[in-house]
Ligand binder design. Structure first.
Ligand code: CU
Length: 156
């Protein structure tokens, strides 16, 4: 119990430091560039799996993810303390994609492929199949106004 308490206190101290850092850098947050561009290859299970970090600067890293049509797994790893989502604008279960697994529950907007609200220092994933090549934008529904966005580029 004592160990748990001291860990929690350390977490609070870390949060305070993070918040202070955010305040100091706030003017630049809204104009910070989107960074990172990765090409994903399928693993032995045939799934194209990628980890996208979300941070307290309200950015996805990488912001651009390139895959081929087929199965995709996106794990949203929140490396900060602010909750985030990863929600596709137009990629829905009705447009050639299907969600599966626990990630489906709690989706912010039914029908859209999304990683639901992911709290600080946590991670959640969504798996889906995309059959139509194209560029699919995604946003954090909480921080869309801060331009927390990214793009999934799907090749044939
Ligand atoms: Cu966010």
């Amino acid at each position: 119990m004592a160990l748990v308490r001291s860990t929690a206190l350390a977490g609070v101290a870390g949060l305070a430091l993070t918040l202070a850092a955010c305040e100091n850098s706030q003017p630049s947050q809204a104009v910070a560039p989107q960074q990172g561009d990765v090409t994903v290859t399928a693993g032995a299970d045939g799934v194209q799996s990628v980890v996208i970090d979300a941070n307290d600067e309200f950015r996805f890293l990488p912001a651009t993810v390139r895959v081929h049509v087929g199965k995709v797994r996106i794990t949203l790893r929140n490396v900060g303390s602010t909750p985030h989502t990863l929600t596709f604008d137009t990629l829905t279960a009705q447009s050639g994609a299907a969600q599966s697994g626990a990630a489906q529950s709690g989706a912010a907007q039914p029908g859209k492929v999304a990683v639901p609200l992911t709290r600080g220092r946590a991670e959640q994933l969504v798996e889906f199949t995309v059959n139509t090549p194209g560029r699919y934008g995604f946003v954090c529904t909480i921080h869309e106004s801060l331009n927390q966005t990214g793009t999934l580029v799907v090749s044939p």
